[in-house]
Design a protein around this ligand. Sequence first.
Ligand code: TYM
Length: 374
Amino acid sequence: MAQDQTFTVTPWEVKGRVDYRKLAEQFGVKLLTEEDIKKIEKLAGDSHHLLRRGFFYAHRGLETIIERIEKGQRWALYTGRGPSADLHLGHILPWMFTKWLCDRFNVELFFEMTDDEKFLVRDLPLEVANRYAYDNALTLIALGFRPEQLHLIIDTEDIHYLYKIAVKVAKCLTLSTIKHTFGFTDSTNVGAAFFPTLQISVAFLPTELYREEAPVLIPAGIDQDPYFRLARDIADRLGYPKPCTLYCKFVPALTGEEKMSASRPETAIYVNDDDETVRRKIMNAFTGGQPTKELQRKLGGNPDICVVYRYFMAYVPDDNIVKKIYEDCRSGNLICGECKRMLYEHIVRFLHELREKREKARDIIHKYRISSKF
Ligand code: TYM
């Protein structure tokens, strides 16, 4: 849990304007260097826009994974979702990058749907969280994962894969550590206090299933770090390799706040939003533009503080398009209405394709379940 006077970041809450450098310092994670990025790109034989544009910016133990890739040793990817609602574009950002890692390094992804977590920490019936686990999995599959690449774990249904690891993890963690790490209090229910052991367990699962040392690399938003700091602390004691992580910054809310909020639908674009809703949300977005068209033409805008530009950075891989928008905005050639219209077109095209693939995923979801493979 990181709390500063100006911002708060926990796995359940992000408030205020996050200073990402400071946050990395508070969490004790390393910043990704130019050299790290070059190394990944060289090994991948390719470059990913989320890496070169600084969305993924911090890590724990990345050098271990790099070394294993260089030596041709086994490792795996791990990430997840707390299925409490429909997905918004922020959630899928780390997964788009994860897909790229899967393809470039020919490595398998273990994906945890924590329906139990959302029941325990939110006011959500277990059946509803479980239904969202299946729904959210369709979008994940729609990003293009092949069945042999992706192993889907739904906590309440696949618990036997995790439980033996979770009790060992639980024995290493005191209540006081859990309270301090996650900001729990004496009135927190015991299920919520136990839950972190399950999110940690998946980090050790590939080593059990492959029956050989297989550290995981976890691409995720930086809010998830508290789990993996604990996982690294106890790994040695349990005879597992330390999990490694790669953290991204948050895609901001359309209204300019730091992170989209599932409880405030206007701040985020959801995978299931219809075109008109997407249009309205983008048209109302916070920009770095001038108050009037005339001033914008004369003075130019400020893409560095503009949410619309940040969305181009996140969801439009083509550098030429993004560069042109930056320059045209600065010079006053591009006004906000036009820029928003272009973003709308990119986003709805992306969403149409995603939803089409989601429908196809309904018939094949069983092929992705961990139980169909291990
Ligand atoms: P959840 O469902 O809160 O979030 C899922 C993933 O989305 C990231 N994320 C974002 N990334 C960029 N911009 C945003 N605006 C944004 N909002 C959310 C989160 O950081 C996360 O990576 N407890 C977890 C589920 C989980 C998990 C994991 C996550 C289980 N095992 C391993 C990551 C890695 C949760 O509730 O995530």
